[in-house]
Design a binder for this molecule. Structure first.
Ligand code: NAD
Length: 415
């Protein structure tokens, strides 16, 4: 039976790499466990005057290469195992991209769609207060993730700064520009993803211009992927959000879809396109499929029916382990999440560095540096995958785990 528990999936992935690289069993053992697990209660007075307690999590997986880094997710379905998996994936992502970070992740189990702005602000501030002793620019640096955004980061930065009695912009990334955010951060995950797609397509002798693209999820990662892929001359034939998807083989215009979603709250029922379920959307024939929503979207159930030429995992963990094996057998190339969606953390790292120096770069500078890092990582992973005849995911994990293992070895075990 295929496991859909993301932590079990993350452990299996680590086991696979450990076997492949004959990882020192002591280091393997250490890397299986998160360094710190924090579960906090978040009591707030709701708008109706009643007190409600939410549960918040912060998991720091590893800090051998530097302070831990990872987003904060607000979602009703999050569990501790979710957060543990996401934290471990952040360790690998930062390592494969060569960033001076370990991995972390945080979450609050809540449904922001059913909360007022005031309630979301209270949850954010109390959650930040509870995790304050564990975060900081030199310790652990949160960022936005699913259903959190620059405003959430502004509240976190403000709360942490109030407790410190001075402004601490470097405690979180993904902040608005006015309080120390970086140019290019909003679009960074999508921009990085499209850089990766462009680069890998080059190796395949193909090009993004003129290719057909399907995107699942229309939030930060998905909607900007639409914008940037369109700017690069691709034809985006289907997009979706949690309410459903839309399909038009002639292409969907970013500005129009964006305006429609802004007005109606969903891409569904966009004029001139056919409504399509999220399930069907994944099975459309296309050159590039970008899952940019949640985990476990490509499973053994549908992997045999995927008709994309290339998959770029903009979401974290959208493909299960067994599905990945089916895709590999079917010669469908997958750019793994730890590379495909790393643009966000790369520019987060730039934002943090700019905060620490108190000196800011232009958007061109940010995008140029992002491209350099994405191309370098893609090349390294691609070459290793060809050399060892393995899929890109295993290659990316080998690069990442070897880098983390080297740091563990060099630092040794304390005490
Ligand atoms: P977001 O909250 O901005 O958007 C999420 C989108 O997914 C929304 O459009 C929502 O409607 C859609 N969605 C939710 N459930 C869905 C479902 N069942 N089917 C289809 N669509 C669904 O979140 P985001 O920041 O864009 O994150 C999306 C994914 O990208 C997550 O896996 C996240 O971990 C990953 N990611 C995000 C960043 C970032 O910088 N934002 C960086 C790295 C990875």
């Amino acid at each position: 039976m295929e496991t859909h528990n993301p932590y079990q999936l993350a452990l299996k992935q680590l086991d696979r790499v450990a076997r492949k690289i004959k990882l020192d069993p002591n280091i393997h053992e250490k890397l299986k466990y998160p360094k710190t697990l924090l579960i906090v209660s978040i009591p707030i007075i709701m708008d109706n005057g009643k007190l409600k307690v939410f549960t918040g999590y912060r998991v720091q997986h590893n800090i051998d290469r530097g302070p831990s880094k990872g987003g904060i997710r607000f979602h009703p379905d999050v569990t501790l195992d979710h957060v543990k998996a996401l934290a471990m994936w952040m360790t690998w992502k930062c390592a494969v991209m060569g960033l001076p970070y370990g991995g972390a992740k945080g979450a609050v189990a809540c449904d922001p769609k059913k909360l007022s702005i005031r309630e979301i602000e209270k949850i954010t501030r109390r959650f930040t207060t509870e995790i304050t002793p564990f975060i900081g620019p030199r310790k652990d640096i949160p960022a936005p993730d699913v259903y959190t955004n620059p405003q959430t980061m502004a509240w976190m930065m403000d709360t942490f700064s109030m407790h410190s009695a001075h402004a601490v912009p470097g405690v979180v990334t993904g902040k608005p520009l006015a309080i120390g955010g970086s140019f290019g951060r909003m679009e960074a995950t999508a921009r990085g993803c499209i850089f990766a797609v462009d680069e890998i397509m080059k190796y395949l002798g193909k090009e993004l211009r003129g290719s057909t693209v399907v995107i699942q999820g229309y939030g930060n990662a998905g909607s900007f992927a639409h914008k940037i892929a369109q700017e690069k001359g691709a034809r985006i034939i289907a997009v979706s959000d949690s309410k459903g998807g839309i399909f038009n083989p002639d292409g969907l215009d970013y500005e129009q879809v964006q305006a429609f979603k802004k007005k109606t709250g969903s891409v569904k029922n966009f004029p001139g396109a056919k409504n399509i379920t999220n399930k069907k959307l994944l099975e459309l024939e296309c050159d590039v499929l970008i899952p940019a929503a949640l985990e476990n979207q490509i499973t053994v159930e549908n992997a045999g029916r995927i008709k994309a030429g290339l998959i770029a995992e903009s979401a974290n963990g959208p493909t299960t382990e067994a599905a990945a094996r089916i895709l590999f057998r079917r010669k469908i190339l997958v750019i793994p999440d730890i590379v495909a969606n790393a643009g966000g953390v790369v520019v987060s790292c730039f934002e943090w560095a700019q905060n620490l120096m108190g000196y800011f770069w232009t958007e061109e500078e940010v995008n140029r540096r992002l491209k350099d890092i994405m191309v370098l990582a893609c090349r390294k992973v691609w070459e290793l995958s060809r050399e060892k005849r393995i899929d890109l995911r295993l290659a990316a994990y080998i690069v990442a785990v070897e880098r983390v293992a080297e740091a563990v070895r060099l630092r040794g075990l304390y005490p």
